[in-house]
Design a protein around this ligand. Sequence first.
Ligand SMILES: Nc1ncnc2c1ncn2[C@@H]1O[C@H](COP(=O)(O)OP(=O)(O)OP(=O)(O)O)[C@@H](O)[C@H]1O
Length: 266
Amino acid sequence: MTNLIDIKGVTHAYQTPNGPLPVLDNLNVSVPEGEFAAVVGPSGCGKSTLTRLVAGLMKPDQGEVWLHGKLVKSPRKTVGMAFQNPVMLEWRTILQNVMLPLEIVAPGMPKKQRVERAMELLDLVGLTGFENKRPSELSGGMRQRASLCRAIVHKPDVLIMDEPFGALDAFTREDLWQTMHELRAKEPFTAVLITHDLRESVYLGDQVIVLSGRPATTQYVLDVHYPGEGLRKLEGLYTPECAQMLATLREQIQIAQGRQPEPAVH
Ligand SMILES: Nc1ncnc2c1ncn2[C@@H]1O[C@H](COP(=O)(O)OP(=O)(O)OP(=O)(O)O)[C@@H](O)[C@H]1O
């Protein structure tokens, strides 16, 4: 399998009034095409910085970022992004919000086709019937569903999500996890998910990348072998296999935080 994302030896420091602040230190990350990579690490270690580099929103001091075989030197149109607080344009309907990237990336696409594409995705996430509502008329979970549609409507090479489910209640979050799997099954994409939730990282990720404390480097990579066949089920999280993976990740996070790992409970 070829890598869609290759981050090779990336080192970066922000220039601040108090001098340079090193955030990434010789970071190496590879995400094969079609894979879902979850990234976890201590608060402030440089996770969002990593997403900005992949999107081409900033250039590293050292090292290279490759996306689909091309060196990333400027902002990429072929990246879809979703954030914790989906910024929706209130003067546009949900349908018009979802169609927005197509207007920018594919201005020649006939309007009928744009509408069909957006409606197809809204249907996949269960928002048929809400397409003519304004963003403020939807719940937070529904807005996040629409925001995911908007992030992939133009079929980007990679979907980058920075804590997209962080502000949702636990039940809505689990619903959205399931929606992500359903979306991927119908429309495969490569994804990078930044999260603080280890269960989320295991449930959604094919690999979980643990970053060390700042300046971040790749401390540990967990290959997720989720129990069961076919579409992942939430029940799988309560199996011994998942408990073991979560224990490993928890231990790695404690190491990344510079703490002594707590002994496992048996
Ligand atoms: N533009 C910037 N200029 C200066 N410092 C910055 C800038 N952006 C981020 N930082 C600092 O760089 C460090 C890494 O920030 P980043 O947002 O990448 O971390 P993070 O791991 O995503 O954080 P969190 O888990 O809290 O969301 C932080 O200390 C942050 O304050």
